[in-house]
Design a binder for this molecule. Structure first.
Ligand code: STR
Length: 420
């Protein structure tokens, strides 16, 4: 793979550095190596050095530390031109002005309406629609299995992937006809096999698409969240067009990509553990527990990029120097034995202690869609197993291929047989 930033490597601070594999061949191995590298580990992302946080307690502290900011202009490597728009992961950080990239009072202003629209109470209003989407997708699974060779159907492309896009599309007012286009572009955006010029081009195309959508909603507001973001708050500053576009991008990207992982990782964990699955199907263990244990053990987001130190920050024996970048490795944090006990590496829905994970983050940027993803998975998983109680993988678990994506934990496909 082309790596334009190998020169930056010399700027890496001394000490053992874990090089993050862009093709994600061995995610469990990488998770273990990072955990072994200490609470704050030095990593390299396609030639670019950064710190990553691997412990629950340290993340809890740093995620509320105002000396760490999202603003890319606080990044030394960026200021010096060592990292540029040529770096393949730039789209994960330099994603436009939105609640994802801004801190402090401005962040609250950008985020307010979105978090209000996604409270558990407000979500009860859209539950019937989510249920309807899921019933429709379960029908599609049956239909596809009926026509496909050997009855094998891909649970990802037919169920886990379209569902979150239908939900976030409905919330944000994105026409269903555009969903295949969006899914295709985001898949290419996240894949490390996509030539970077292509990635930059598709991000530009997405910007054009979202700007047109915002103009359309400005002219003809409806009852979706995009329209709500456009309308001025009582007494408050209205969001600019760029800010609405930024929020819309963040919502669509985050709202669909992560929930695919949650649903598939839960199904995968259960199918590999028939004893636990049967306890769940018997009603002995609630689906909620399955969802929380999946969120802890196999997080949809592997590494969250990035925050930057505006001052030197002492963390244990290490110092994050002013201008350095900090990643949060959520999958490693979910396997923290100090937080989750010596068997943190085991998926176990019968564990006696409550599951206190940090997979949705912590502090001001904590995932505003957390409750929504729990509602989606909380309907989708029981409905799937109710309709297809004999559901099983059509290939061996070891044959499931990860997507070559550095920051998200997602799979290529999940071929199943619906009737055992
Ligand atoms: C993708 C590209 C884009 O146009 C906008 C965003 C902002 C939100 C980001 C998103 C990104 C990538 C996936 C993220 C999401 C917020 C939550 C989600 C990081 C950069 C997670 O994986 C947790």
């Amino acid at each position: 793979m082309k790596c334009p930033h190998t020169a930056v490597r010399e700027a890496a601070p001394g000490g053992a550095t874990v090089v993050i594999d862009p093709l994600v061949q061995d995610l469990d191995g990488e998770t273990a190596r990072l955990r072994d590298a200490g609470p704050l580990a030095r990593i390299e992302l396609l030639g670019v050095p950064a710190w990553t946080v691997t412990r629950h307690a340290v993340a809890r502290q740093l995620l509320v530390d105002p000396r760490l900011v999202k603003d890319i202009d606080a990044w030394g490597l960026w200021q010096r031109g060592d990292v540029t728009r040529e770096w393949p992961l730039i789209g994960m950080i330099d994603a436009g002005r939105s609640m994802f990239t801004v801190d402090g009072a401005e962040h609250r202003r950008l985020r307010n309406k979105t978090s209000q629209a996604l409270t558990p109470r407000r979500l009860e209003e859209i539950r019937p629609e989510i249920e309807r989407f899921i019933e429709g997708l379960l029908d599609s699974l049956s239909e596809q299995a009926g026509t496909n060779e050997g009855g094998v159907v891909d649970l990802k492309s037919v169920f886990a992937q379209p569902l979150p896009m239908l939900v976030v599309g409905m919330l944000m007012g994105v026409d269903e006809a555009e969903h295949p286009m969006l899914l295709k572009r985001y898949k290419a955006f996240f894949s490390m096999l996509t030539p970077h010029e292509e990635r930059l081009a598709l991000l530009a195309e997405l910007d054009v698409f979202y700007a047109a959508l915002v103009r359309e909603k400005t002219a003809r507001p409806t009852d979706d969240l995009t329209s709500a973001l456009i309308l001025a708050e009582e007494g408050g500053e209205p969001l600019t067009e760029d800010e609405v576009v930024g929020n819309l991008k963040a919502m669509v990207a985050a709202g669909h990509e992560t929930t695919i992982g949650l649903i598939l990782n839960a199904v995968r964990a259960l199918l590999a553990r028939p004893d636990q699955l049967s306890k769940v199907l018997d009603g002995e263990i609630p689906w909620e527990t399955v969802i929380e244990e999946t969120l802890r053990w196999d997080t949809p987001t592997t590494h969250l990029l990035m925050r930057f130190a505006t001052e030197d920050i002492q963390v244990g024996d290490d110092v994050i120097a002013k201008g350095e970048g900090v990643v949060i490795s959520y999958r490693v944090i979910g396997r923290d034995t100090e937080q989750h006990g010596p068997d943190a590496d085991e998926f176990d829905v019968t564990r006696p202690t409550p599951i206190r994970h940090m997979t949705f983050g912590h502090g001001p940027h904590i995932c505003p869609g957390a409750a929504l993803s729990r509602v989606e998975a909380g309907i989708a998983l029981p409905a799937l197993f109710k309709r297809f109680p004999k559901l099983r993988l059509a290939i061996a678990d070891e044959e499931i291929r990860k997507l070559p994506v550095m920051t998200q934990n997602d799979m290529e496909a999940f071929p199943v047989l619906l009737h055992g």
